[in-house]
Design a protein around this ligand. Structure first.
Ligand code: AGP
Length: 628
């Protein structure tokens, strides 16, 4: 997911732009760039491939004194990760002015950029990149040129430039968060948003722009969150917001609440390690104020549906991507077991196009840490279009999905910076448990069973704390298996989705291929993969299917496969069969994933460290996939 920063004001802009990009690193990127309006009015940019430190070296070597600038981290979509594709992109035409009459940065995807590019090339425009962004810049250049020709543009009027931008945006199909500035115009920036977030930090004689609040901490605690189809005209002393259909609007100023420490490692080497250890606190935050012992149920204030409306619900659809899809699978088992409510889990990328028959008594939940995942947002919009109430289980307050859903439940896990999701996953499972309790007590669950669930949920954070104590043992196991090329993660019932999640963790940060699978399914094919070089991680709990999974474990052992068992019970049979045993606390079966996943997160983390991988910013990945 790309990152945008912008600044206009009384200070030199370089420091905020660079530090802002460093704070947006967690979003994932493969190139970066800055552009400035110099004091003589010329635009000057610096761009580099790779880490922001490469860009900083460039800027430090050739500084550009300026009080207005924009910056960008690019996660390649259209065109490879090259300097020429890095933002900011220029708009200009050799015949109608310079080649750099404006500079623009963009997050999102313009779906009809090819047609627009062809049209511009027929008008004599040339392109230095393969990006959709440069097409927007050139389209804006041509629109401004045409308005000037027609005498419709006053060069001293920022509103006329905003009108040109509005006309350009009307031709775009797709999503954008963009910021643009102009040659010879050091007094204003334009920002626009549709589908890709942008926030404006309101300062004293200066304004800050960013894709999310991370760069604003320590600069201001007042922010304006642009919503879709808004354009902002930003000067050092004013912010004018124009809504496409209604004209100038009075923006609401929110106060930034999450503290500076949300964006520092606080003594840990990596955000991911910090966030693994934040899980007990995150779980406490997820249940805080949401357990009602008087009625042995959960209190979920944000659903925005009346009790009669909720009683009328006959089915749930849970949709999400990646790790959020894994927590949805656990939610399905949980809600069906505890409330007897039928639940369907769908990949958001499938749901948005599959057009399944969905009856009216269906409630749709989008599960998402970032609240900006394009497929999940689109799937929820599709379900809303069909008249279904949609709710979000989300961590990112003020995110697109949180705002567009009809209601929802926040995780309150605090910012999750590491690309590999950890505390958001366990918090999602806990929130889904609250939902299961809520619907259960609205249907068949007894008062005493409701109280039992409340007890289990209140004890869970401490159990996760115990599971964290396996780290030293995990380090040993990571050392032994760091050179594996293929790992199987096997579980049954609630621990099958947990196996999927463990495999994803290993894949995404250590780049070792791993596959999560229902343990019983091994004999239908994948057991052919088992040999002495292919470790199998078995997730075992003393529940319903203990004997069955022990049989599966024996099938693997019989073929010489090394076995790592993550289990809540140890017996002589397991001691004989497993090569390594990681003991975790035993909790209620539906909550066992929250405890058993912890060693899997730590195993992936330590193997990735041993392999020299970038744990927080793994290759090719973004923290939030805001493009399809
Ligand atoms: C999980 O470790 C990954 N970072 C990824 O699968 C992530 O869960 C997925 O992209 C969904 O993101 P969201 O929860 O922010 O919607």
């Amino acid at each position: 997911m790309c990152g945008i920063v912008g600044y206009i004001g009384k200070s030199d802009t370089t420091e905020f732009l660079l530090q802002g990009l460093y704070r947006l690193e967690y979003r994932g990127y493969d190139s970066a760039g800055l552009c400035f309006v110099r004091d003589d009015g010329l635009l000057e940019r610096r761009r580099s491939v790779g880490r922001i430190s490469n860009l900083e070296t460039l800027v430090r070597r050739q500084p550009v004194p300026s009080r207005i600038g924009i910056g960008h981290t690019r996660w390649a979509t259209h065109g490879a990760a090259t300097e020429s594709n890095a933002h900011p992109h220029y708009g200009g035409h050799p015949e109608f002015g310079g080649l750099s009459d404006l500079a623009l940065v963009h997050n999102g995807v313009i779906e009809n950029y090819q047609d627009l590019k062809q049209e511009l090339m027929e008008d004599g425009y040339s392109f230095q990149s393969q990006t959709d962004t440069e097409v927007v810049a050139q389209l804006l250049h041509r629109t401004i040129f045409q308005m000037r020709q027609a005498g419709e543009l006053n060069d001293q009027s920022p509103i006329d430039f905003a009108t040109a931008l509005r006309d350009v945006l009307a031709r775009l199909r797709g999503t954008y968060g963009l910021v643009v500035m102009f040659h010879g115009k050091p007094d204003f920036l334009l920002a626009a948003r549709c589908g890709s977030p942008l926030v404006i930090g309101v300062g004293q004689g200066e304004q800050f722009i960013a894709s999310d609040p991370a760069p604003l901490y320590g600069k201001t605690d007042k922010i304006i969150t642009l919503v879709d189809h808004q354009i902002a005209i930003i000067t050092s002393r004013s912010i004018q917001v124009i809504q496409r259909d209604t004209g100038t609007v009075q923006p609401s100023i929110q106060v930034l609440t999450q503290g500076q420490d949300s964006h520092s490692c606080e003594g840990y080497e990596h955000y991911m390690h910090k966030e693994i250890y934040q899980q007990p606190e995150a779980i406490r935050n997820a249940i805080r104020g949401r357990l009602d012992r008087d009625d042995a149920t959960a209190k979920l204030g944000g659903l925005n549906l009346t009790v009669p409306q909720l009683r009328n619900i006959e089915r749930l659809v849970l949709t999400g991507c990646g790790t959020s899809w894994h927590s949805a699978l656990i939610g399905e088992y949980m809600i069906e077991q505890i409330s007897r409510m039928p639940v369907e889990v769908e990949y958001a990328s499938e749901l948005r196009y599959r057009n399944p028959p969905v009856d009216k008594q269906t409630l749709v939940f989008g599960i998402t840490q970032s609240g900006e995942t394009a497929d999940t947002l689109a799937a929820l919009r599709e379900m809303q279009r069909k008249g279904h109430p949609t709710l979000a289980i989300c961590n990112n307050i003020g995110s697109s999905i949180a705002r567009e859903a009809d209601g929802g439940i926040y995780l309150h896990a605090g910012p999750e910076i590491g690309v590999a999701s950890t505390k958001a996953f366990t918090s999602q499972v806990v929130v889904l448990a609250l939902l299961a309790l809520y619907f259960g007590r609205m249907r068949h669950l007894s008062f005493e069973d409701g109280l039992r669930w409340i007890d289990e949920l209140e004890a869970l954070a401490d159990q996760v704390q115990v599971a964290l104590q396996t780290e030293e043992q995990i380090k040993q196991i990571a050392y032994e298996f760091q050179d594996a090329t293929n790992v199987l993660y096997l579980g049954r019932n609630y621990l099958f989705p947990t196996a999927l999640e463990g495999a994803l963790k290993l894949k995404e940060i250590s780049y070792i291929h791993a596959e999560g699978y229902p343990a019983a399914e091994m004999k239908h094919g994948p057991i052919a993969l088992v040999d002495q070089h292919t470790p199998s991680v078995f997730l075992i709990s003393k529940g319903l299917v203990y004997d069955k999974i022990m049989s599966n474990l024996q099938e693997v052992k019989a073929r010489g496969g090394p076995v790592i068992a993550v289990t809540d019970r140890v017996d002589s049979q397991l001691e004989k069969l497993a090569d390594r045993i990681i003991l975790v606390p035993s909790v209620a079966e539906p909550l066992q994933p929250v405890v058993s996943v912890v060693p899997l997160q730590l195993l992936a983390y330590h193997i990735a460290l041993l392999r020299g991988c970038d744990v927080d910013k793994p290759r090719n990945l973004a923290k939030s996939v805001t493009v399809e």
